[in-house]
Design a protein around this ligand. Structure first.
Ligand SMILES: [Zn+2]
Length: 195
């Protein structure tokens, strides 16, 4: 069956656009001019923060820390774990500061793990095995992912970043736990300079 170009681009298969309902908000944002108030350089966020946290929609630091436009760099992964990809990005962005704005200010990388994390479903051997079979990912690595005790995994990821030789020695790293039952954030590792 032939389709015209317009319908093919918008109604292919059964796909529906969830974002189209938000485009009015985007127009209001564009006309507000908020986007003009940018940091001096995009890798120097206003609040000096590079937050690493979970993809969970309840765990958005803009909500629980009151971050506004340009305030922080935010990296989100399953569990907020400091994966190799996170460390690559952190290395690159911290190098950009060294190379393009050596006077700083240098940012604090804040690792935030949380209670009731969906990464913990990987504690279930059946689910873990099923996902390993479905995806080809290494089952041992999957077993190490869950934020079972978020204070412990947050501290472990702070230690991992501090030990990564690629990361600039000018940044600091801290660890925190967000409690989804109270909305409160607790610091479990005070900021330490990369050695
Ligand atoms: Zn989570």
């Amino acid at each position: 069956m032939e389709r015209d170009a317009t319908s093919a681009s918008t109604t292919e298969g059964d796909a529906m656009s969830n974002i189209s309902a938000l485009l009015e908000h985007n127009k209001a944002f564009a006309s507000s001019g908020t986007w003009r108030k940018t940091p001096r350089l995009p890798f120097l966020p206003f609040k000096g923060l590079y937050i690493i946290t979970c993809v969970d929609p309840r765990v958005d630091p803009a909500d629980f820390l009151g971050l506004e436009f340009g305030d922080a760099i935010v990296a989100r992964t399953v569990g907020g774990r400091a994966t190799d990809a996170v460390i690559f990005d952190l290395s690159y962005i911290s190098y950009l500061v060294e190379a393009k704005a050596p006077e700083g200010p240098y940012f604090e990388a804040a690792v935030i793990h949380h209670t009731d994390c969906g990464s913990r479903l990987l504690e279930d051997p059946d689910l873990r095995h099923g996902f390993a079979r479905r995806s080809g990912y290494d089952e041992q690595q999957l077993a190490a992912l869950p934020a079972t005790v978020p204070a412990e995994t947050a501290r472990a990821d702070v230690a991992k970043i501090l030990a990564a030789p690629q990361v600039s020695t000018k940044i600091t790293v801290s660890g925190h736990v967000y409690d989804t039952a109270s909305g409160l954030l607790e610091t479990v590792a005070e900021p330490v300079r990369v050695p």
